[in-house]
Each structure stands twice: as structure tokens, then as C-alpha cells.
Design a protein around this ligand. Structure first.
Ligand code: FES
Length: 59
């Protein structure tokens, strides 16, 4: 399933970047895939995924 339609980023790709980079902000995830937010609609979803992954790791 796509998280970012503008850049064609899937949930799997975003999760993979989170586990590899341990990013502090969503921007790192876009940079990892050599892209950047365009319309910006996905940024809050990416941020939520980031927060959720951190919570999962902390548990
Ligand atoms: S959906 Fe990601 S920038 Fe538009």
C-alpha cells in the first residue's frame, strides 16, 4: 500500500527506512529514497509511522 503517492513510497519502504535510519524526522525518510514531499499530504502519515515504530521499539 502506498503511503506517498507523489513519490511512489510504500508502507514497506517507509518501515524499512525507519528501521535502517532510526530517523528523528520524516525528512530523513524522503532523503533516503532521494525524493522530497511534494503535495505534503503524506507527511503526517509518515510521522505517525515513525512514532509508532519508536513506541514499538520502546515496549
Ligand atoms: S503523497 Fe507524498 S508528497 Fe504527495
Amino acid at each position: 500500500m502506498y503511503v506517498c503517492n507523489c513519490n511512489g513510497l510504500t508502507q514497506r519502504q517507509v518501515r524499512e527506512a525507519i528501521s535502517k535510519l532510526r530517523p528523528q524526522d520524516p525528512g530523513s525518510i524522503y532523503r533516503y529514497y532521494d525524493c522530497k514531499p511534494q503535495c505534503g499530504r503524506c507527511v503526517s502519515d509518515v510521522r505517525q509511522m515513525l512514532i509508532k515504530e519508536r513506541e514499538t521499539e520502546a515496549a
